[in-house]
Design a protein around this ligand. Structure first.
Ligand code: SF4
Ligand code: FE
Length: 508
C-alpha cells in the first residue's frame, strides 16, 4: 500500500510538515504552485485544517477518540460512530472549530464519507457477497495509523443536467472507469469545488447521484492518495483572495484562516483493488448518496461556529460605535442568535436521533439533517444582513491598511475613523474587516455560498424533505380528529415520523 508520510501526525505542526515536498500538480493564476504550503493564498486553508489537530490535543474528549483499530488516539474526523452520542460530539467539535477558525476547516467530508460507506459497504457485501466492508476497514486502519486527512470527492461536473452519465456526449462529465486489469482500475473525469482536497493525504472518490444499469462504469467508490499520478488540481478563486498576497494583516479580515476548494481532474488515475469499495453496484449509489448527505447536511452546524464569530463581531462593533444601548441593536443580536441556534438545534437533534444500521454504524436522522442544511441555505444570509446593518456602511468603504499606515494620511484616518474615544481606531477597523471577510470577503465563500450549495443546493433538501414528509400519515391524523375516519388500536402505536419513537420504544 502506498503511503505519503510514515510518521503518525499528532500536532498541527506535524500536519503542516506532512504536506511539504509532495510534488502535487496544483495550478493557481495560470501557474504551477511549487509548494502550496508556502503560498500565501493557500496557507490560511492549511492553518484551518491544522487546527483540527491542535484541538484534538487541547480537548481530546471532544476532537479525538480511541481508535478501535489501533487502540491509539486518533482524530474524531476518522471515526465511525457507534452510538448517537458520538454523532453529537461530531457536531460539538464542528461548532468549536467554526468558532476558532471562522471558516471551513475542510475535514468533515471524509468523516461523513467513512460513516456512510461503513454501512453501505456492509449492506453491499450482504447482497453481493463482495468484500468491500473488510477492505474499507483495512483502509481505515491505515488512515488511523497515520492520523491522516481524508477528503471526500463526490460532486461531478455533470455536463448536460438533463442527461444520465452514460448519455453524456463527453463520457468524462462523470468520473468513470476507463480501464481495468487484475490489479485494479483506472478512472477519468473531474470533481468540482472539492473542499480541502490539496490539504488532504487521501481522497475517497464517490458517485454523485442515483445511477442506472447503463451507468455501471460510473458506480465507483475508491480511495486514492492525493499524490497519485494523473491528478491535476486547479485552485478555486475566492472573493478578495489576493488581499492575502498584500503586506499587512488588517485588510484580509481573518489573516490566519480560510477555506479551500479546487477542481480535481482525474486522467487515467489508478486505484488498486484493495482501495475499491464499490465497483459496478449501481443500485447502491443512491443509498450511498442519501446516507452521506444525511451525515453531511447535519455537519453544517459548522456554520453556527462562524455565526458565533459574526455575532461577536457585530456586538463588538456596536460597542465600539457606542450604540449598545439602542434597543434595536440588542434585538438584532437576539435575532442573529435565535437563527444561529435554530440551525444548531436541528443539526444536533438529527444526531441525537441517530440509530444503528446493520453494520453497527449509527446513522443520523435524515429529516432533521435536511431541515438543518435547509436552514443553513438561508439563515447565514440573514445573519450577514443584520451584521452589516449593525456595522454601518464603513464595512465596505474603508481605506486600505497602507493608507492607515501612511505617515501623513494615516493620522487623519485614525482621527476621523474613530468611534468611542477609548477604542483605538485600528481595532475598530479590524472588526469591520472581519465582518467584511465573513459576509462578502474571502470567508463568505464558506459562510454564504458554501452554505447555499455545499452538501447539496436548497432544492436537493426540499426534494428529500418532500420524500420524507409522510403526508398520508398526517392526513390520517387529521381525518381521525375531524371525525371522518375512526381511530384503531394501531393508530395509537404506529409512529411514522422518522420512526424515532418506534425505534426507541421498540414498537413494530
Ligand atoms: Fe466541515 Fe462545514 Fe467545511 Fe463542510 S463546510 S467541510 S461541514 S467545516
Ligand atoms: Fe462543504
Amino acid at each position: 500500500m502506498e503511503t505519503i508520510n510514515h510518521q503518525k501526525i499528532t500536532t498541527g505542526a506535524d500536519y503542516i510538515q506532512s504536506l511539504r515536498n509532495r510534488s502535487l500538480e496544483v495550478y493557481l493564476f495560470g501557474e504551477k504552485v511549487d509548494e502550496p504550503v508556502d503560498h500565501p493564498m493557500v496557507r490560511p486553508s492549511i492553518n484551518a485544517l491544522a487546527k483540527t489537530y491542535d484541538l484534538a490535543i487541547a480537548a481530546p474528549e471532544l476532537a479525538s477518540v480511541i481508535s478501535p483499530f489501533t487502540g491509539e488516539r486518533v482524530s474524531r474526523f476518522l471515526h465511525v460512530c457507534t452510538d448517537a452520542n458520538q454523532l453529537v460530539l461530531q457536531n460539538k467539535m464542528q461548532r468549536k472549530l467554526g468558532q476558532l477558525t471562522g471558516t471551513c476547516f475542510q475535514r468533515c467530508v471524509g468523516m461523513d464519507a467513512f460513516n456512510a460507506l461503513y454501512s453501505v459497504t456492509f449492506e453491499m457485501d450482504e447482497k453481493y457477497k463482495t468484500s468491500y466492508h473488510q477492505r474499507l476497514k483495512s483502509f481505515l486502519t491505515l488512515m488511523h495509523q497515520y492520523n491522516y486527512v481524508v477528503g471526500g470527492a463526490m460532486t461531478d461536473v455533470k455536463g448536460d443536467r438533463s442527461k444520465a452519465p452514460h448519455q453524456q456526449e463527453d463520457p468524462d462529465m462523470f468520473v468513470h472507469i476507463t480501464k481495468r486489469d487484475e490489479n485494479g482500475i483506472w478512472i477519468s473525469g473531474a470533481k468540482a469545488h472539492q473542499t480541502g482536497c490539496i490539504n488532504s493525504h487521501y481522497m475517497i472518490v464517490m458517485p454523485t447521484m442515483r445511477l442506472g444499469e447503463q451507468d455501471k462504469e460510473y458506480a465507483i467508490v475508491g480511495a486514492v492518495p492525493v499524490t497519485a499520478q494523473g491528478i491535476t488540481y486547479i485552485y478555486g478563486r475566492q472573493s478578495c483572495d489576493t488581499r492575502s498576497m498584500e503586506n499587512g494583516s488588517i485588510d484580509v479580515g481573518n489573516a490566519q484562516y480560510g477555506g479551500q476548494e479546487a477542481m480535481v481532474i482525474f486522467q487515467d488515475v489508478f486505484i488498486p483493488n484493495e482501495y475499491i469499495f464499490m465497483d459496478g453496484e449501481y443500485d447502491f449509489a443512491a443509498l450511498l448518496v442519501e446516507r452521506f448527505t444525511a451525515y453531511h447536511r447535519r455537519s453544517y452546524v459548522c456554520k453556527t461556529g462562524l455565526g458565533d464569530v459574526l455575532i461577536g463581531a457585530a456586538a463588538n462593533i456596536a460597542e465600539m460605535n457606542g450604540i449598545t444601548k439602542a434597543s434595536h441593536i440588542k434585538d438584532k443580536l437576539v435575532e442573529m442568535t435565535h437563527q444561529n441556534e435554530t440551525i444548531y438545534a436541528t443539526g444536533i437533534a438529527s444526531s441525537y436521533q441517530g440509530y444503528a444500521t446493520s453494520s453497527g454504524a449509527y446513522l443520523c436522522d435524515g429529516m432533521l439533517a435536511n431541515v438543518c442544511k435547509h436552514h443553513v441555505t438561508k439563515m447565514p444570509f440573514e445573519l450577514s444582513r443584520l451584521a452589516q446593518d449593525i456595522a454601518g456602511g464603513l464595512v465596505s468603504t474603508l481605506p486600505s491598511e497602507q493608507d492607515l499606515n501612511h505617515p501623513e494620511i494615516g493620522q487623519l484616518l485614525r482621527k476621523y475613523l474613530k468611534g468611542k474615544a477609548s477604542v483605538p481606531t485600528e481595532e475598530r477597523i479590524r472588526i469591520l474587516r472581519l465582518i467584511e471577510n465573513l459576509t462578502m470577503g474571502r470567508n463568505a465563500v464558506g459562510y454564504l455560498t458554501e452554505s447555499m450549495h455545499g452538501a447539496g443546493s436548497p432544492q436537493a433538501q426540499r426534494i428529500q424533505i418532500g420524500r420524507m414528509m409522510q403526508l398520508e400519515y398526517k392526513k390520517r391524523l387529521a381525518t381521525i380528529l375531524a371525525g371522518i375516519e375512526t381511530e384503531t388500536q394501531k393508530d395509537l402505536v404506529i409512529d411514522e415520523l422518522g420512526g424515532y419513537f418506534a425505534r426507541v420504544f421498540k414498537i413494530d
